[in-house]
Ligand binder design. Structure first.
Ligand code: ATP
Length: 297
């Protein structure tokens, strides 16, 4: 019996020309908020579509609460909250009509939470969807995903199109739901959102997972950078040739990137005339770029 809510094992969907997803494995525990980070075209939506049972994998499997995502998709979909990357709306409906329609599909009779969410996101749902902005449509998608109070939420770039105030409201909502024990799997390329909400995160690039690390680990000492100010420009340049992974940020200042041997760094620095040393933790964004070799998209 599985203790994980989501279990993805060696999932591969090959669209040809190195596009698709390859050998993706990850699991999400009950009560965890799991962030799925990656640039455009990395394979986030493809992975999520497998979870929803919309597409069949070439190899590998995925399960939700022990059920097979493809075979048991109807049962799975009924229970969870899903926000697609691109929402297919019925444009002629008003926002409220659509929300009520979705509520009926979910077998909901009590719309209290839906109205609470409309208020929280300051959505006036009266107008026709076709006349709504991208942000308004995104709010409707979020409301539909959360309104039946599901135990599991799968969200594909949930705050895309939201302004910073509403992004913040969304983060607060996720934190509240997390507090209530909900399991949330969400893709994003908004680092702050991931950093503030997620227990763990996976990074995907070109269809392959790069790393899954505890956010705690990400924030730990091995991901610090050292900013060193040398007494002269010549010394900074001399240091640049010592073979460390580093970059010259000003004429006398060099930033030493993580993954260097700290003992060797300190031993080397003891030979130099140093004016100042700053230690900064890498943000998730810097880490992301670091993993991606500085190429974000
Ligand atoms: N049905 C399909 N047929 C062919 N190629 C596809 C199909 N669906 C996705 N792809 C390709 O697979 C790769 C992954 O796409 P996917 O939509 O999963 O990326 P993503 O990480 O969700 O990106 P974005 O942030 O842009 O939404 C891309 O190269 C995409 O062009």
């Amino acid at each position: 019996m599985t203790t994980n809510v989501i279990e993805i094992r060696q999932l591969t969907k090959d669209y040809g020309n190195n596009r698709g997803i390859f050998d993706v494995s990850l699991s999400v525990k009950k009560g965890e908020v799991f962030g799925f980070l990656g640039p455009n075209g990395a394979g986030k939506s493809t992975t999520i579509r497998h979870l929803m049972g919309f597409i069949q994998a070439d190899q590998g499997s995925c399960q939700i609460n022990g059920l097979d995502c493809l075979r048991d998709h109807a049962r799975i979909q009924q229970a969870l909250g899903y926000l697609p990357g691109e929402i297919a709306f019925m444009d002629d409906m008003t926002g409220l009509e659509f929300i009520k329609f979705m509520a009926k599909m979910k077998g909901m009779t009590d719309l209290t939470k839906a109205y609470e969410l409309m208020e929280r996101f300051e959505l006036n749902p009266q107008g026709k969807i076709k006349k709504m902005s991208k942000g308004m449509k995104q709010k409707i998608g979020i409301i539909c995903a959360f309104m039946h109070d599901p135990e599991l939420l799968i969200l594909d770039e949930p705050s895309s199109g939201l302004d910073p105030l509403m992004q913040n409201r969304f983060i607060e909502l996720v934190l509240e739901e997390k507090q209530r024990g909900k399991t949330i799997f969400m893709s994003s390329h908004i680092f702050e959102e991931i950093e503030r909400t997620c227990d763990r995160t996976a990074m995907i690039k070109d269809g392959r997972l790069i790393s899954i690390e505890e956010l705690q680990t990400l924030k730990a000492s091995k991901h610090k950078t050292y900013q060193i100010m040398f007494a002269t420009e010549e010394l900074a340049e001399q240091f640049m040739n010592e073979g460390f992974e580093c970059e010259q940020v000003e004429s006398t200042v060099v930033k030493v990137l993580p993954r260097n041997n700290l003992n060797y760094l300190l031993a080397t620095l003891s030979r130099y005339d140093i004016v100042d040393l700053d230690i900064t933790k890498l943000t998730l964004e810097e880490l992301f770029l670091h993993f991606y070799g500085g190429n974000e998209s």
